[in-house]
Design a protein around this ligand. Structure first.
Ligand SMILES: C[S@@+](CC[C@H](N)C(=O)[O-])C[C@H]1O[C@@H](n2cnc3c(N)ncnc32)[C@H](O)[C@@H]1O
Length: 226
């Protein structure tokens, strides 16, 4: 196992002692492999101290969230959205969206996350897929001249609507994929696509969270222009 995978496994075990990292294939992404929590990890009730650890430091990066999967699949099927562009993935987690963006033809990709373990996961998963991913812990440190900003499954935390406002102020098209938000209630965004996806490994999510909605600032057609 390479040093990054060992470090990530140790980090995961600090939260979930019986968990392992498994190199997993993802539906609709035949060229991608991600280090994710073992697929047979029990989703049953956790011991109290483990639950406290999960709440204190959730290893979001050890899952490929449904919205990230749906966005990665859509980018893979729509490479013209990325061709030659400089792109950032905010709330990158495992890096599934960042890796898909690079694989689909983006010139440069930044994975941005405020969890240092997620940044290590994005870097490691980039390396597993031979996709060069730049890292960034704070959107303030992103390059000014990006062409597109992506964000998947970050609005589970309503306080992240403030992050959306900060990103909008960068005046770069922002594409949000989210299964928790049915209506973004912001007239700057247009709903332009829906698809179905589940978090992997399966967390047994409610049916209402299987539909992933794609919103973009500006005209959706502009996404496809270079
Ligand atoms: C549910 S995970 C989604 C990860 C990935 N996009 C996916 O779809 O698989 C949310 C991620 O957003 C990150 N995050 C949450 N709030 C953030 C913020 N304010 N700035 C940057 N990252 C944030 C978390 O650390 C976590 O990695």
């Amino acid at each position: 196992m390479n040093a990054n995978l060992t470090e990530l496994t140790n980090a995961l075990k600090q939260t979930l002692p019986s968990a392992e990292l498994e190199i997993s294939q993802l539906p609709g992404l035949p060229n991608m492999r991600l280090a994710l929590i073992n697929s047979d990890f029990s989703t049953g009730p956790l011991p109290e101290q483990v639950m406290r650890n999960v709440i204190a430091k959730p290893a979001y990066w050890a899952f490929c969230w449904g919205s990230g999967l749906a966005l990665a699949q859509w980018l893979t099927n729509n490479p013209s959205v990325l061709a030659g562009k400089r792109v950032a993935d905010i709330g990158s987690g495992s890096g599934v969206v960042a890796v898909a963006a690079k694989q689909a033809g983006a010139a440069q990709v930044w994975a941005c996350d405020n969890d240092d373990q997620a940044l290590l996961a994005s870097k490691t998963n980039g390396q597993l897929n031979k996709a060069e991913i730049h890292l960034c812990a704070d959107i303030e440190d992103l390059p000014q001249d990006l062409d597109l900003i992506l964000m998947a499954d970050v609005l589970y935390d309503r306080s992240n609507f403030a992050l959306v406002e900060k990103i909008k102020a960068l005046n770069t098209p922002l594409l949000i994929a989210d299964s928790r938000i049915a209506n973004i209630e912001d007239t700057d965004f247009t709903l332009f696509h829906k698809s179905e996806a589940l978090t992997l490994p399966n967390l047994g999510e409610f049916d209402e969270f299987k539909t992933v909605r794609f919103f973009v600032t500006g005209q959706p057609e502009l996404l496809f222009q270079n």
